[in-house]
Design a protein around this ligand. Structure first.
Ligand code: SF4
Length: 419
């Protein structure tokens, strides 16, 4: 984990020994901003978060303060759910917060719960994250013991419990409504939205704010440095910093905390140490495996923030940047990507269930030498028929990258055809 020293917000205590212990965390300022928040009006806290420009770091990039403001005024009880089901291939940053500074997350979740007047927080962590779950669960117990959770917190008159929940290892439980179904004890099948978003109708039909781990961990830092300072750290409309997960063909893969809007090539060359063995850059997947691939030319002069990456035809998503050098076969890369999503499709909607399976079969033909030119167009058509016709975004998560591989690297697919 390396970052830009002057702008470390989330990771500044990652290297502190035993930071997961509440005594050490409190010596380093933990829960001070929560105490401050309790002296503010709940709507004032929401306003500060709104003004900071904080966006969701789970993938969608929606304004966090605006989401909190969607909770209906007169409906109780309300809940906050921490989305720690980090399972997008390439993304590995939430686990660092859970392991190295869990009190930062708990403090952020408590501030959020106070802002929306929730009575319970659920921390949902992916099943495979055994160690992060253990560390965070211990931190939750410590927070209770110090009176930061439970009844009448710090004599404020407000009460809030915290519950831990482990997923069973399904990618789709990272989708907020799939996560809610899973928390309710059901199969993690995503719900149709619109018309009902979780902020209005969520867990057990009650208003529920679902925020990603990284997003909530920013909240104490926003109160600490102020909305204006936070917002000035990033680029226009993208407040603060981000934890960029850098993987693939770079000399120093890892998680880097850098201001929103950091140029992509700076991340790869300056921080990641460039591409090993003098190889050339072929492409970059900028926002986790579900984002459109960018060619080497498209990576030039690209600030890593939501608007800039979208303007280049892809998305920042969870800021998981995957670097691909000239030795990689794009048909092979596509086959592995499709295989993942076909395996993770929950099967609820036909275009996703059937379409991903057909894509998988067709993409395999380019690997075993049986593909024909018309298979390229068939795959594009299949992806296009999945795109926008499914209940949740997993359909798009396989359709978008597939279409981008086929369009931008068509010559590689053609070269792999028999005729
Ligand atoms: S798009 Fe796929 S994963 Fe999402 S609900 Fe439909 S079948 Fe399930």
């Amino acid at each position: 984990m390396i970052g830009n020293g002057s702008t470390l917000l989330l990771s500044r205590n990652f290297a502190v020994d035993n930071m997961a212990s509440i005594d050490v965390a409190m010596k380093n300022g933990a829960y001070e901003q929560f105490k401050r928040a309790l002296k503010m009006k709940p709507e004032e806290v929401t306003q500060v978060v709104k003004e900071s420009g904080l966006r969701g770091h789970g993938g969608a990039g929606f304004s966090t303060g605006t989401k909190w403001g969607f909770v209906p005024k007169d409906k109780f009880p309300r809940y906050v759910t921490v989305n720690g089901d980090e399972s997008e291939p390439g993304t590995c940053k939430d686990r660092l917060i859970l392991e190295r500074d869990p009190h930062l997350l708990i403090e952020g979740a408590l501030i959020c719960a106070y802002a929306v007047q929730a009575e319970r927080i659920y921390i949902y962590i992916r099943g495979e994250y055994f160690y992060p779950t253990m560390v965070t669960a211990r931190a939750v117990q410590e927070a209770y013991a110090k009176g930061f959770a439970g009844q009448n917190i710090l004599n404020s008159g407000w009460s809030c419990g915290i519950h831990m929940h482990n997923g069973a290892g399904a990618y789709i439980c990272g989708e907020e409504t799939g996560l809610i179904e899973s928390l309710e004890g059901k199969k993690g099948w995503p719900r149709l939205k619109p018309p009902f978003y979780p902020a209005a109708i969520g867990l057990w039909g009650q208003p529920t704010i679902v925020n990603n781990v990284e997003t909530l961990a920013f909240v104490p830092r926003i109160l600490e440095i102020g909305a204006e300072k936070f917002s000035s750290l990033g680029s226009p409309k993208n407040g603060g910093t981000a934890l960029y997960s850098l993987s693939g063909h770079v000399n120093r893969p890892g998680v880097y905390e850098l201001p929103m809007g950091t140029p992509l090539m700076d991340l790869i060359d300056k921080f990641g140490g460039g591409i090993p063995n003098g190889k050339k850059l072929k492409a970059v997947i900028p926002g986790g495996s579900s984002s459109h691939i960018l060619t080497a030319e498209e990576c030039e002069n690209l600030p890593l923030d939501f608007e800039s990456v979208a303007a280049r035809g892809s998305m920042l998503g969870s800021a998981a940047v995957m670097v691909i050098d000239e030795t990689v076969s794009i048909p092979k890369l596509m086959h592995w990507m499709v295989r993942f999503y076909a395996h993770e499709s929950c099967g609820q909607c036909t275009p996703c269930r059937e379409g991903t399976d057909w894509l998988l079969r067709l993409s395999k033909k380019f690997l075993d030498g049986t593909a024909r030119r018309r298979d390229i167009d068939d795959m594009w058509e299949l992806a296009d028929n999945i795109d926008g016709k499914t209940i949740c975004a997993l359909g798009a998560a396989v359709a978008w990258p597939t279409k981008s591989y086929l369009v931008k690297f068509r010559h590689e697919f053609e070269a792999a055809c028999r005729n």
